[in-house]
Design a protein around this ligand. Structure first.
Ligand code: PMP
Length: 432
């Protein structure tokens, strides 16, 4: 009898093989599957895969991890809460009142706040409120602005993005008829004032709401051009449209009051999530009292897990760390990183540039920083992907698609930032 000696798979390989048998695509999202990796430990600025390889994490779960992985202050607050209480459906939670008061004090548009689990929840509820308030159905939004995966808001990140290393378009994410959905949504290029005016002139009377990321993060990092947010405010006022800022990525991370506090333009409703809970599932919809008061009466808000004591405890702890100098430190670290990367790109003689604010950053593989989404996807995707893989090789984890944004967290030290820049210098030489 002969015994076949098989090479033993690593723990990581074993988990991936088993995942491919029982999970469609091998992970519960395409963007997770593309890594071909499994993370089994996380702390501060770092992730470790199942084979013990360490990465400096610039994905940060697409935004939620803001003060650091497995932060003991957040985990401690959650553990204290778990020891006292668990999920119940009786009245407001104590933590709900405390976190709502913090948000009302910090976010300009927030007269009132409700809590749910995900950014998608917050945006769907904002659409329901806007439709109830206006009696209208149609929606206005921008290409490249991601507002969650459900229904009408899942439309509109296209513009012929190249296949392969490009992000999903989200155009058919609802799983329903794209034509049916698209008929009620107008999608315009970011920062295109003429197209925005034209869309409002044609359909402004029919819009329930206009949705935007007030600083575009989801696909590239692109600030609003001067006057653009003011134009939207003006058009929404003129046509009686509810202005919704999607601050799921910008909220708390860049300013406790959100990007609206930075820009000085106040929306009617604000969707918040991600950085609110440092990785725990908590999100919020905030806004004008007359709109918010429709919730729970005219407009349903009934999630089984909404306002869970665990998420609220995480939210309070995270907010307080960010309020205690955390946001300022994130900006300083982000600035150091962006400047270092700019210098590295310049020294390597590569055609690329860095955009971003606060803790956020992205390298755009084109001559000029993109202002519109159309420009963002007009980039050297091949070189971008080669750079991403070289960074991964050097222990720097970046987002899996070339025009999706990266970010650091508050646990980063100057050394982590400098190590990232040093690895980027080597990676840039390889892709030049
Ligand atoms: N809006 C923006 C700007 C986002 O980046 C995301 C998530 N990437 C969402 C909404 C949806 O949030 P969630 O994944 O928590 O549903």
């Amino acid at each position: 009898m002969s015994i076949a000696i098989l090479p033993s798979a690593s723990y990581r390989e074993d988990l991936l093989a088993r995942a491919s048998r029982v999970i469609p695509g091998g992970a519960s999202a395409g963007g997770r599957a593309v890594y071909g990796d499994v993370i089994t430990r996380a702390r501060g600025a770092y992730l470790w895969n199942a084979d013990g390889k360490r990465y400096i994490d610039h994905l940060n779960a697409y935004g939620p991890i803001v003060i650091g992985h497995s932060d003991p202050r957040v985990n401690g607050a959650v553990a204290d809460t778990v020891a006292r209480v668990d999920l119940n459906w009786v009245g407001p939670q104590a933590g709900e009142v405390e976190l709502a008061e913090r948000i009302v004090a910090a976010v300009p548009s927030a007269d009132k706040v409700v809590f749910m689990n995900t950014g998608t929840d917050a945006l769907q509820h904002s659409l329901h409120v806007a439709r109830a308030a206006t009696g209208r159905q149609r929606v206005f939004k921008f290409h490249g602005h991601y507002h969650g995966w459900a229904g009408a808001l899942g439309v509109g990140a296209s513009f012929d993005v190249a296949p392969g290393d490009a992000p999903p378009t989200h155009a058919t994410n609802s799983g329903g008829s794209e034509e049916g959905i698209a008929a009620s949504v107008d999608v315009v290029d970011w920062n295109d004032a003429a197209a925005t005016r034209a869309a409002f002139a044609a359909h402004g009377d029919g819009y329930a709401a206009a949705f935007l990321e007030p600083y575009l993060h989801s696909y590239t990092n692109a600030a609003p051009v001067p006057g653009f947010l003011e134009l939207l405010r003006e058009l929404c006022d003129h046509y009686g449209v509810v202005l919704v800022f999607d601050e799921v990525k910008t909220g708390f991370r860049h300013h406790l009051g959100g990007y609206q506090a930075v820009a000085g333009v106040t929306p009617d409703l604000t969707a918040l999530g991600k950085s609110l809970g440092n990785g725990y599932a908590v999100a919020a919809l905030a806004g004008r009292a007359d709109l918010m008061d429709r919730l729970g009466t005219e407009v349903t808000i009934d999630g089984s897990y909404y306002a869970s004591p665990y998420g609220l405890a995480a939210g309070i702890a995270t907010f307080d760390v960010l309020a205690d100098g955390g946001v300022e430190r994130l900006w300083a670290l982000g600035e150091r990183l962006r400047q270092g990367l700019e210098r590295a790109i310049h020294d390597a003689g590569v055609t690329a540039n860095v955009t971003g604010i606060g803790s956020g950053w992205i390298i755009n593989w084109r001559a000029e920083p993109p202002v519109t989404f159309r420009q963002a996807v007009d980039a050297d995707f091949e070189r971008a992907e080669a750079f991403r893989l070289a960074m991964l090789d050097g222990g720097i984890l970046l987002p899996p698609y070339v025009i999706t944004d990266a970010r650091i967290n508050l646990a980063f030290t100057e050394d982590d930032v400098d190590e990232t820049i040093a690895v980027a210098r080597r990676a840039l030489k390889r892709v030049r």
